[in-house]
Structures are given as C-alpha cells and as structure tokens.
Design a protein around this ligand. Structure first.
Ligand code: SAM
Length: 241
C-alpha cells in the first residue's frame, strides 16, 4: 500500500534506519488503518502517501529523540488513537517497551487487533490500555512507573503536562510532539511546567516532507508529582494550570 522504498529513504533522512526485512510491518500499519477505518473511525487521512508522511514519518521523528534519552525501559503514549506515534515508534525501537493508552474503546480494540497482526514484529508486544489518563495515573501500578511519556495531538501543552507527567518516574522524560504553535503553548504552560516539576531540556525542530513544521519538546521530570495532580477531567479543562 505505501511506497516502501520511499519509507526507507525518508526514514534514514530523519535518522531512523529500518532494516529491509522490517519495512513490511509499516505497510501493515497503513493497510490496516485504511481497511478498519470505516468500522472504527480512526483517521481523516486515508491517502497512502499522506499516511506515510503525516502518520508514519511524523511518528518516526520521535525515535532519535527517544534514543537520546533512554537506552531501554518503558514508554507510554497517551491518547495514542490509532497508534501514532506509539505503534510506529515501537516497530522502530525494539530496545524499548511501549504502552498505548486511549480512552476510546473502539481505538484500543483496533490496536489490540493490529498488534496481534504484527505479533512476529515485537520481542515484547506493546500493552494497550483503555482508560482516561487522569484516572489511570491515580492507580499505584501506573503512577510514576514510566521512563518516558509521549503524546501527539491530544491537548494543549498545559493540559497535556497534567495528563502525562504523573505517569513518569522522577528523572524520566516527558516528550511532547507539537505543531507550529509550540512556542506559544510553551509560554502558556509556564505554570504547569513549574507545578509538575519538569524542565525543558531540548526543543527539536523538524520539517516534515510536506513542509510542515514540527517541534518535539523534551522535558525532564525533576521531582515526584504532588498528590493533588492530576485533577479531575472537568477541572483540567475548566481551569488549566
Ligand atoms: N495521538 C494520535 C495521533 O496523533 O494520531 C491520536 C490523536 S486524536 C486527535 C486524540 C486522541 O486522544 C483520541 O483518540 C482521544 O480518545 C484521546 N484522548 C483525549 N483525551 C484523553 C485522555 N484524557 N485520556 C486518554 N485518551 C485521551
């Protein structure tokens, strides 16, 4: 379905070397997305070339950043939807174990089926959770358990920080994938950054093949999360930090 030579070439340009024999797994991601889209309502992007650049290559830009901050460990993708960036990054970063979280059951059912389809691709298959982030991180077995938490296209940065940071171990990283308004979102998130004790380590700026701007914000978590966070969904939305 997707042009695998183009995938191989572009991924190298973005710093990810995918072995030839693994390229077909990314084609499974694209073809399942299109095939199951009607049933599960997963994406507005269905053109193969756009899936390649806007979903697969965009997700792959996370991989060098992950490899910069951890050699092994647990990564959580919050609001993963149809598995972006989580499933794509998991296929390209076998040194890490991924957990994929979304609150919509249709999407997590789809992901479980996709992972089954990709079963020979992983040494350790990703875990899938259907829950709201602000509820799951209140449970002891998930709170401050992850080395990295990442997220793309889920909420404004100030809300996202409250949703993601409680999952991360002290010393771990929060990696937010953002579009062209990253600077404004950063300014608006000053209070959330301080309340959740994170510090911006690096901003990676990326131009996708279609010319669109992306920013990957890498934060380190400097202290344990105060018990009062995250607040309930309504409070996060009504009174963002
Ligand atoms: N990350 C994917 C991507 O970039 O293609 C999906 C983006 S989609 C616009 C946002 C997703 O976040 C939806 O699937 C939604 O169900 C999920 N989501 C929003 N708020 C959430 C929360 N509080 N907990 C878990 N999932 C959430």
């Amino acid at each position: 379905m997707i042009d695998l030579n183009k995938l191989s070439k572009l991924s190298k340009e973005y710093g990810v070397d995918i072995p030839q024999e693994r390229l077909r797994y990314f084609d499974v991601v694209a073809s399942q997305l299109v095939e199951k889209n009607k049933l599960y309502n997963l994406t507005a992007i269905t053109d193969p070339d756009e899936i390649l650049t806007k979903h697969i290559i965009d997700s792959l830009t996370l991989v060098p950043v992950l490899n910069d901050v951890v050699e092994s460990g647990e990564v959580l993708d919050v609001g993963t939807g149809a598995g972006f960036p989580g499933i794509v990054a998991a296929l390209a970063a076998d040194n890490l174990h991924f957990s994929l979280l979304d609150s919509i059951e249709k999407k997590t059912n789809y992901l479980s089926e996709l992972i089954e389809e990709l079963s020979d691709a992983f040494s350790q298959a990703p875990d899938v959770y259907c829950a709201r982030a602000e509820e799951l991180s209140r449970m002891e077995e998930y709170r401050e358990q992850f080395d990295v938490c990442t997220s793309r296209a889920v909420a404004s940065l100030n809300c996202l920080i409250e949703l993601c940071v409680p999952f991360i171990k002290k010393g771990g990283h929060f990696i937010a994938m953002k579009g062209k308004n990253a600077d404004a979102e950063l300014e608006e998130a000053a209070n959330a950054i301080s309340a959740l004790s994170i510090r911006l380590v690096k901003t990676h700026s990326i131009i996708l093949p279609d010319g669109s701007e992306r920013y990957i914000l890498d934060f380190v978590k400097e202290a344990e999360t105060d018990e009062k966070y995250p607040r309930r969904a309504a409070a996060i939305k009504k009174r963002p930090l």
